[in-house]
Structures are given as structure tokens and as C-alpha cells.
Design a protein. Structure first.
Length: 289
């Protein structure tokens, strides 16, 4: 059996390996195909494709768009907003509208980052400044793991994960956290479709929605043009994969799979292997070509 990995991040967003290094790592794992799916950018795709030239691996153009989904009120629960991610595969990475949508997402992320830097500085964590983030991480799409890295390197937290602990530093309920404006799921899905790509709902089980909420979300997203759902995923537990496969079947969606590899920022995950049990069979590659 041959295997693939359709979800990973490079230094172009919040991973710690360059796109070329991701190709090398995937080949070490004997993968036959991979997709670089950096947050709100396609800037690493060309490098990965070039690194794969003449080698026994196929690189699929990818991205992961951060969107804000409005969860409808249900069963006594009030409406609320939740960040969800839409993966895109096989797009024209030079499509003007896609690039415009991705640029908007990065600009809003950047505005949030500047505000959070000010919050950290005012709270006495002077190792966190916007200038230091740019100096340390260059042209990457700066995200919270980059803040966590600076905190860890300064000895404020023992690990990246610790910086995200409930109520502390980078958690959404932290006083230092700043909410940002997002692309809507409809905008993200239609941008991918307009660039000739295939939109896929990423890791649906990590959003911690109820069964009814997942069904309503998938039904809504399919109305915008959603084509697939990530059923094989590193953080799935118990019957998660079976449930997502069932949802995909009910709504006529294809399935994909990936590790969500981030290098040292998620040290328990390996390309192609996830936490040790994940294997994405090559037959799923046809779904995203």
C-alpha cells in the first residue's frame, strides 16, 4: 500500500520546516504524494513543487483558509462564532481573486498580531514585539505559535503547548488575546472554486460541535460549494473517523486525510504518520486532483 499526506505546514506559515524540507521528509517516509497547506497563503507551493521535480513524489497545490463560522442557535444554545478552516486543493496559485482573499486574511491576522504585541508589551512581556516577530520569522504568516516560540525561548513557558493553556497567554480567553476579522466560509470556498480548486472542510471534530451542529454546518457549507471533508486526521479519537465518513456519505462529499504536521511546533506529529497510527491511502489522492 502506498500513502500520502494532504495536510502540512511550512515556514511560510506556522511550521518549522521549509517547503523543500517537507518534500525531503515526505520522501523519507516513502510517501508518493503530499500537499503543502499553509495558513492563508500559497507562497510555499512553488518551492515544494520545484523540490519534487524528478523525484518520486507528487506535490498538490494547497492552502488552509481560516474562516469565521456563525453557529446558529440550537436547543437553547445562543448563536456563537467559531474559527473553522477550509482546505483548498489543486488551485491555480496565481488566481487574482484567490490571492486577494488570502491577502485579506493575512492583513487581518497582521492587524491582530500588532494589537497582541502591544498587549504583551504593556503586560511586561517585552520579549514580544512586532519587530522581533518579523526579525525572528521573516516572511512567514505570523500566527500564535510564533508568539509561543518567543515566550518559550525567553523561558516564560516550558513549551509551545503551555503557552496555549486555558486562560493563559495565547488562549482565546486570555486578556492578552485579540479577536480578528475573518474570511467567511462562503468567501473561502468560492475563492477556491474560482481558482479551479476543490474546497474541503478541515478536521471537523476539533471544533467540538454537537452532532446536530456538525450536520447543520456541513449542510450550509455544501450549499456554498464544499466538496470534501477531512475524515482521516491526527487528532481524531475513538469513532471520530467513522462518524466523519458517515457525514461525508450523507452529504455526498469525498474524504481526504492528513497529519497537520507543523514540525517542532507540534513535535508529537510526523509527516505521513501523525501520532503513529495515521495512514492516508493513495486512493484518496484522486479526490483532490
Amino acid at each position: 500500500m502506498q500513502y500520502i499526506d494532504l495536510h502540512m505546514h511550512s515556514t511560510c506559515s506556522d511550521g518549522t520546516d521549509t517547503p523543500s524540507e517537507l518534500v525531503d521528509l515526505a520522501l523519507e517516509k516513502d510517501l508518493v504524494a503530499m500537499a503543502v497547506t499553509d495558513h492563508d497563503t500559497v507562497s510555499g507551493v512553488a518551492e515544494a513543487m520545484k523540490a519534487a521535480e524528478g523525484r518520486p513524489i507528487e506535490v498538490i497545490a494547497g492552502t488552509e483558509i481560516s474562516c469565521e463560522y456563525v453557529v446558529p442557535p440550537m436547543a437553547g444554545k445562543a448563536s456563537r462564532k467559531k474559527e473553522i478552516h477550509i482546505l483548498g486543493y489543486g488551485m491555480d496559485i496565481e488566481d487574482p481573486h484567490l490571492l486577494e482573499v488570502l491577502q485579506f486574511a493575512r492583513d487581518e491576522r497582521d492587524n491582530r498580531n500588532r494589537q497582541m504585541c502591544e498587549n504583551f508589551y504593556q503586560a511586561g512581556y517585552t520579549m514580544i514585539t512586532y519587530e522581533k516577530l518579523l526579525e525572528r520569522f521573516g516572511n512567514a504568516t505570523i500566527a500564535r505559535p510564533h508568539f509561543a516560540t518567543l515566550l518559550m525561548e525567553a523561558g516564560v513557558v516550558p513549551s509551545i503547548k503551555a503557552a496555549f493553556a486555558d486562560g493563559t497567554f495565547l488562549a482565546e480567553n486570555s486578556p492578552l488575546y485579540v479577536h480578528r476579522k475573518y474570511v467567511t466560509p462562503e468567501q473561502g470556498i468560492k475563492a477556491i472554486l474560482g481558482a479551479g480548486g476543490k474546497p474541503v472542510l478541515a478536521h471537523p471534530m476539533i471544533y467540538k460541535f454537537s452532532v446536530s451542529e456538525i450536520h447543520r454546518m456541513v449542510e450550509e457549507l455544501k450549499g456554498y460549494g464544499l466538496q470534501g471533508i477531512e475524515a482521516l486526521y491526527s487528532r481524531n479519537k475513538g469513532t471520530d473517523e467513522a462518524f466523519v465518513r458517515k457525514v461525508a456519505h450523507e452529504y455526498g462529499l469525498f474524504i481526504t486525510g492528513g497529519t497537520d504536521y507543523h514540525g517542532r511546533n507540534k513535535p508529537d506529529l510526523e509527516i505521513g504518520w501523525g501520532e503513529g497510527n495515521l495512514r492516508v491511502p493513495v486512493m484518496l489522492l484522486e479526490n483532490v486532483r
